[in-house]
Ligand binder design. Sequence first.
Ligand SMILES: [Zn+2]
Length: 457
Amino acid sequence: MTIRLQLLTEDPTEIELIQRYWAMDESGQFLEKVSALSEVLQLPQGVTLAAFIRQRCTAFDEKQICPQCEEQVEIRNRSQAWRSALRSTSLCTLCQQERAALAREAEKKKAAELEAVLAEYRHNQVCRVVDYSAVADAHVLLLLALDKAVMPRLTDAWFTLADCRGLAPRYFDNFVETLKSAGLLLQDPSKAKPGTYYWNGDDVWQISAQVAYLFMPGCAGVDANEVIRSLSARVYTDREGVFNLWLDYAVADVMCYLGDQCKWYGHELGEQEWDEIKSTLRAALHTYSVSQLWFVAWKVVKDAASLASHQYYNRVKAAATIPGKIRRYLERVKRESIELRSWSRPEQQPGGTLGMLFDEVFGIDEDTSGVAATLRIARVTGQESADGVDTELCAPIRELMVDALAQDAGASVMLRFAELIRAGYDVGCAVEEIGVSLQREHVDDHSLQSPNAGQQS
Ligand SMILES: [Zn+2]
């Protein structure tokens, strides 16, 4: 007998059945079939023989020894019995229970530690207050846009990253991150879904999409709605900060369209290529409008798509040309003073609350050239002539006018000036460009014409 039985019944018929169920020969074969034994006793409805026997007897396999306590391992039915003796890999019931209890205990301890860490994390944030009158202009704009995007939760309750989607066409998470880094948003673990924060080794990790954010409280218990009201009345003065935020936003607006176009044509770009494009666009946005760069994006992506069908090219190689194509095309536009066309806003790409705010406060939108955006932001921030741009321009403009009149080229100079401004030149560059060609020789109408006048590509 290699199965040790611990009987829990005194009924002789049941005992006999149990013994016949577990009886085996020397080779480990069971002597009787389960189907034959099932007829010995009338079993209750829905109860299997194995279950009936398990209720009346605990069986231990003498061939299976628990690796921990060296006791025999309990088995529940015939299929768990072993033919030959081997060291068991499974623990006996007692050891299993013990191990599970230890694991539960450790888990509980870790959970308590996590609670403590999170409580401290929350406390450290809550005990700070923000002096909103000292917050940078760009952050004020972001907060106001966020308030519109998550209304009314910014001031009333908490919100998650997904709630901020309406902020901008793309990279809304970067904008939220900016506010978080500036200490203007608070992460409240007590509001987040269970499981949002968890241990990874000795570090606490988080599921970013589930993090609950709150508006940082203002000084002296001022109500959050009151804070937003006072921020709405902000008089903006930080020209550079606001313009940089405009660039961040405008890049997002162009990239959203470019990303959609690439998806449409099946171009897959790596992270480095996206970054390269972002830098190029950011530089171009100093001159051009978002809607002009939508046109550039459309043109370049379409060109790459036709390249992909070329026999010496493939999709990956063609996609890789996109960053370079954008750069070269913009260089050509500048060199040849090509007037860029504009695309209107794609229907499925709303400008977001940040875009609305730029329009409201500064009067700039996707059709505003970078040059005009700079000027309008300068006007609103009261920095229009503080940097001496106007005074710097006085001398070259006077010189240009004198030369133009002396050569009787007033009309063509003005037409050329208008053309260059439309092509995205700023005033200084346009004046310089015309001045150079005026001085080159005596000027006639022809030399002032753009080589591409009337052409568009
Ligand atoms: Zn054991």
